[in-house]
Ligand binder design. Structure first.
Ligand SMILES: *Cc1c(COP(=O)(O)O)cnc(C)c1O
Length: 396
């Protein structure tokens, strides 16, 4: 199909992310939703947002979905709605996006870090048990890259310690654990619709997922200056005045329009991502210097992974990234610094060596391009670049 969106890959041979081709296919449906927004004349926190919330509830099986302005806001408001009190401790894995821990601070709590599992990037349930104190009230497992955390182990440990489970499922749309969608395995979870995410908007947006009506109602109020009542149109009006100090984290209807169009083809996108990931795994299987390829671990429950990120662990990661960049291949470092060594958490007093698995992942992991626009020839080009880097390194 000839398209005005196609073939704008800027200068890079294989950018880390682009959606110019697939978005052209989505444009007629997106346009229909945008025209609907214009016709109704409400551009923020309007009908399109409610339509998206309902569609996401149907997709995930959540009893309640509350649209907000970002995944980060979703985490902050979810923690507040779950009753986090000032000074409460929340155990967070040391390997994650900074928002997992900053959300705890923004909600008034204190992050306590724990190392990740030996074979995956989820929080290690044994490490969780070791760091919890009498002030710990929550654990926040993060479902990173391609699979959910070990929710059987986390759930058992949390029950034993009396902790509530709040999931950072920002990356986890489509992931399931024992048949349940990520984000619905504890008190609640979140989704991020940041553009590069598996379901990405054309800007920032996020949502809270929960089966708990009180949590949903509280988040719905907090996102809109703390106003309960008619503004949270799809919840029963319990109070028309401001009940708590809230924020402005309303979702834009134009983002909801884009997301509704994309949600229709999410399962096809997830399958496409799996095909591309499988191709990477075939082509990288015997490359010296590539030490670890991603795979979805069997866990102790039936798990459906989703390849949001294809991250490999390699020798001389930063040199490899520079070599690929010189060939026009974009990569990303998810995540360059473990949370316990982020300057913004310096007051927690951690040192290098405190969480060795998280530190190793930050040193060695490199995310390769992975998105529905990517062609199999692009995957081959990326893999050839990696192979050449280590072949040259061996010869030198
Ligand atoms: C993307 C992401 C977030 C934050 O979502 P935003 O929508 O960017 O605010 C939080 N946690 C994890 C693990 C993420 O990947």
């Amino acid at each position: 199909m000839a398209s005005k969106f196609r073939q704008r890959r800027w200068a890079l041979a294989v950018p880390f992310f682009t959606q110019s081709s697939t978005f052209s296919e989505l444009w007629p449906e997106t346009r229909r939703h945008i025209v609907d927004v214009l016709d109704r004349g409400k551009y923020s926190h309007g009908h399109k947002v409610v339509e998206l919330e309902e569609a996401l509830a149907a997709y995930t099986g959540a009893k309640h979905v509350v649209g907000v302005n970002s995944g980060t806001d979703a985490l902050v408001l979810l923690l507040r709605a779950c009753g986090l009190r000032p000074g409460d401790e929340v155990v967070v894995p040391a390997f994650s996006f900074v928002a997992s821990a900053s959300a705890v601070v923004l909600a008034g709590g204190r992050p306590v870090f724990a190392d990740i599992e030996p074979d995956g990037y989820g929080i290690d349930p044994a490490a969780l048990a070791a760091v919890a104190t009498e002030r710990t009230r929550f654990v926040m497992p993060v479902h990173l890259f391609c699979q959910p955390a070990d929710m059987t182990g986390v759930g058992e440990t949390a029950r034993g310690l009396g902790l509530a489970v709040v999931e950072d499922s920002a990356e986890a749309i489509g992931m399931r654990y024992g048949g349940t969608h990520a984000g619905l395995l504890g008190a609640g979870g979140v989704l991020s619709f940041f553009p590069t995410k598996t379901l990405g908007a054309l800007g920032d947006a996020g949502a809270v997922l929960t089966d708990d009506p009180v949590v949903a109602e509280t988040v719905a109020a907090l996102r809109h200056h703390g106003r309960f009542g008619p503004t949270a149109a799809h919840f029963p009006a319990i109070n028309t005045t401001t009940g708590a100090v809230g924020v402005n984290s309303k979702m834009d209807d134009l983002q909801a329009a884009v997301l509704l169009a994309k949600l229709d083809r999410l399962d096809a996108d997830v399958e496409r991502r799996a095909v591309l990931a499988h191709r990477y795994t075939e082509l990288l299987a015997d490359v010296p210097g590539v030490r670890k390829l991603p795979s979805v671990l069997p866990r102790r429950a039936d798990v459906r992974g989703v390849f949001y990120v294809y991250a490999i662990e390699v020798d001389r990661r930063d040199e490899l990234a520079a070599h690929l960049a010189a060939r026009g291949v974009g990569t990303e470092t998810y995540y360059p610094t473990p949370l316990h060594l982020q300057p913004c958490f310096a007051d927690l007093g951690h040192r290098p060596g405190d969480f060795p698995r998280a530190e190793a992942a930050c040193r060695d992991a490199l995310a390769l391009p992975l998105y529905p626009d990517l062609r199999e020839a692009d995957v081959a080009l990326v893999c050839q670049g990696i192979r050449d880097f280590y072949r040259f390194a061996e010869a030198a």
